[in-house]
Design a protein around this ligand. Sequence first.
Ligand SMILES: Cc1ncc(COP(=O)(O)O)c(C=O)c1O
Length: 401
Amino acid sequence: MTASQTQPATPWQLARRAARMNPSVIREILKVTERPGIISLAGGLPSPDSFPVEAMREATARVLRDNPSEALQYAASEGFAPLREWVAAQMAEQGLQVDPTQVLITTGSQQGLDLVGKVLVDPGSTVAVEAPTYLGALQAFAPYEPGIVTVDCDDDGPLPAGLSAAAGARFLYVLPNFQNPSGRCIGETRRAALVDAARAARLPLVEDNPYGDLWFDAAPPPPLAARWAEGTVYLGSFSKVLAPGLRLGYVIAPKALCPKLLQAKQAADLHTPGFNQRVVHEVIRDGFLRDHVPTIRARYKAQRDAMQAALARHRDDGALAGCRWTTPQGGMFFWVELPGHIDAAALLPKAVERGVAFVPGAAFYASAAKANTMRLSFVTVAPDVIARGVAALAQAIDSMR
Ligand SMILES: Cc1ncc(COP(=O)(O)O)c(C=O)c1O
């Protein structure tokens, strides 16, 4: 027997954590939606019509004209100081007083989730999440090998009494504003009760807020971090108010955590591209977002209304009888509960046959997944296309009765 016959084909041995890495269900579905003719209600991709192309072009030219060497050089791991100051000032307007040194600029808020996992999670420790929760956070935490516990939730978010399930957890990961995937927004009273319960249980919070600026009629209440600054790590993002391709987000942490988050960031990528940071700061420094964000809100509100109208129409004609949803007051998503016997994963191929795609909800649960749920995004396609997509979906659902 030759050596090549006895040895495994590959010399590589994967780390234990690699076994916990899984392909994102959403990315797999997005591949389907790239097929011509499919109406995608699946991805949470911001509308490209909302990208501030001209402002970016002008800001890029100014950065390259005025600070080319600095913009193209290695830079500080913490981030571009004026951008950190801008973020701190912005948070003060929302009731959270932070020093700019507490702001760490990250490569998207997705990196913030990874850094939080790296710094706070040991193998076998516990992380608490909502049901459902953001799939990308589950993916980010998984390699650090936590046990995940789920806190009971209702339409207003996590139930304060549910925090007993999270006793001893390293933190509760929570999305107070227009949650991905459920679209729910935690009201003022629930926020107060939740923070009181978390504080009493000494359960820190990781507050993820990429959608808070995308409200339709009224701004959401102040962040949880404003109620318990020393017990909350807050994550923000420029992806939904400017463009996700910039990969620009930030972590605001209590001072005690900042050095470790910074060291984790250094090891991960030295720093977030300084060029992008300077361009974005150049775009937003003089109040650009004050005019720009309302245009995104108006666009998404019209698209939300189109989806709401289409869903209601097909409830009235009977195709969506037995389905339940609440109308999101901001963000990007409707969350639909189908009649109990319909598995959304089984529904998906039938919907794709009819030319529409969505994300089955089960992937958004850390445990006890509700298979009869699905997430519909209303931001990527135009209102008339949304109407056609929902009509096709309603047909597919009706076919499963
Ligand atoms: C809840 C949530 N957190 C974080 C992210 C990551 O965003 P970013 O583009 O800032 O990395 C997303 C992206 O969709 C999200 O929905």
